[in-house]
Design a protein around this ligand. Structure first.
Ligand code: FMN
Length: 343
């Protein structure tokens, strides 16, 4: 009699994000580790499926353009003798030039998809860089809408309309996919999400993490403060991913608070196509990607899932027995439950 072998199917990690076929849902989000070729290579070696480069900022481009113009004026105004004292425009490498060079080098060095990131709020000349990033080889563009509506005369609708216009403008110049990285602070996030998608966003990245300046009581100065995230911060993007999953025609990425394999499982269960990491990679190093993947695979084996595709969205709002758990009813029952635990 021959013993029957039980074949344990391998967990299929593959996923699709922005139409790109990825070997796994683990993506390195925009940050210091994606700013250097050596750390990009370490991330790829550790198994990351795609990388998002740091953002090229609207302010940087506008500032550099103004500087280049000033340089050109200096040349045209000065006599030929004096011209020799000024740097030759041909030698002048702007921040944007350096960015394009980094993107080209990253594309040459890596075999995984490279997403370039543009950060801005207003439509302007800088938007043409989206096309330049595409020409430099980007597989997709992430438009990072990081802004603060501090002008008291500007309404929420003004901000939202301007952002939607910007997405449409950027999309119109591209033939590669466009993801839009947004913050959570909209009055009606679900509706604004659909407006971004209607304007051409192929994916949404939830959520940007806003750094809050501190005040130093000793110096009485405003102090920049950057604290890295913890897994507790995952809940906000998780809830919105679960609400949007299966209801919008766009890829969904979670960023903020992804640190462990269990965190990635949470993102996928909520309906994300990919989970992005920065803080945990800064703390633990690029090699942490491999540990997170291992944890995810072990969890999947214990839970009986065979593929990322199978588990994606299985705990989204559309698929849970009690959809109100993601909404207001959850607030009430959480508070009552907490109060009762003290009786
Ligand atoms: C030092 C640092 C630099 C970052 N630079 C960028 C950036 O240039 N563009 C961007 O979209 N996000 C940037 N981020 C945000 C990350 O991409 C990510 O969305 C955020 O850190 C939340 O994810 P985490 O909890 O995994 O850290 C940066 C984060 C850190 C910590």
């Amino acid at each position: 009699m021959t013993a029957e072998l039980t074949v344990v199917p391998e967990f299929d990690l593959s996923t699709t994000y922005l139409g790109l076929q990825l070997r796994s849902p683990l993506v390195a989000s925009s940050g210091p580790l994606t700013a250097r070729i050596d750390s990009l290579l370490s991330l790829e070696q550790a198994g990351v499926a795609a990388v998002v480069l740091p953002s090229l900022f609207e302010e940087q481009i506008e500032h550099e353009d103004a500087q280049a113009d000033r340089l050109a004026d200096l040349h045209s105004d000065s006599n030929p003798e004096a011209t020799g004292y000024f740097p030759d425009q041909a030698d002048y490498e702007s921040v944007a030039d350096r960015y394009l060079r980094h993107l080209e080098e990253a594309k040459k060095a890596l075999s995984i998809p490279v997403v370039a990131s543009l950060n801005g709020e207003t439509s302007g000349g800088w938007v043409r860089y989206a096309r330049l990033l595409e020409l430099a080889g980007a597989d997709a563009i992430e438009l990072n809408l990081y802004g603060l509506a501090a002008d008291l005369d500007v309404t929420g609708r003004d901000v939202e309309d301007e952002q939607v216009e910007l997405v449409a403008l950027v999309k119109a110049s591209l033939s590669i996919p466009l993801a839009v990285k947004i913050g959570p602070n909209y009055s009606a996030l679900g509706n604004q999400a659909t407006r971004f998608i209607d304007a051409g966003a192929d994916g949404l990245v939830l959520f940007n993490r806003f750094y809050q300046p501190d005040i130093d009581p000793k110096t009485r100065k405003v102090a920049p403060a950057l604290e890295l995230s913890s897994s507790a911060e995952l809940r906000l993007p998780l809830r919105w991913t679960a609400i949007l999953s299966g209801r919008v025609e766009a890829s969904l990425a979670v960023t903020t608070g992804v640190h462990t394999g269990a965190d990635v499982a949470r993102c996928l269960l909520a309906g994300a196509d990919v989970a992005m990491m920065t803080s945990s990679l800064l703390v633990n190093g690029a090699g942490h990607v491999a540990a997170v993947e291992r944890e995810l695979v072990e969890w999947a084996a214990e839970s009986g899932f065979e593929s990322v595709a199978q588990l994606k969205g299985s705990v989204s709002q559309r698929n849970v027995a009690d959809p109100s758990a993601f909404e207001r009813a959850n607030y009430m029952s959480t508070l009552i439950g907490f109060t009762n635990s003290f009786r």
